[in-house]
Design a protein around this ligand. Structure first.
Ligand code: SF4
Ligand code: SF4
Length: 88
């Protein structure tokens, strides 16, 4: 699955515009000083085409080796995963 490096994201929304499954929602990060919106993926809709990774102009969206997304509850599939979360 893909994860966002929030430090590199410039809130341009290209990833959300380009997503063929409408799986990305730009979400407010109140703690951000400049770029206040970042993408959150609904992995219940995502088809893993990685167009969001390709289109990102700052390489803020990157692939990862995380794969365990399954859940019996649909609302738990929506992941707000940041790159810094999987590195710590
Ligand atoms: S991998 Fe494809 S379907 Fe999934 S969020 Fe990115 S652009 Fe959308
Ligand atoms: S395309 Fe990249 S920089 Fe633009 S909003 Fe998406 S993750 Fe952020």
């Amino acid at each position: 699955m893909q994860v966002v490096d929030i430090a590199k994201c410039i809130s341009c929304r290209l990833c959300a515009f380009d997503c063929p499954a409408y799986a990305i929602e730009m979400t407010l990060n109140p703690a951000a000083e400049k770029y206040k919106y970042y993408p959150v993926v609904d992995f219940g809709k995502c088809v893993f085409c990685y167009q969001c990774v390709r289109v990102c102009p700052t390489q803020a969206y990157v692939t990862s080796n995380m794969y365990n997304l399954a859940s019996f509850a649909r609302e738990k599939i929506i992941k707000d995963v940041l790159k810094k979360d999987i590195e710590s």
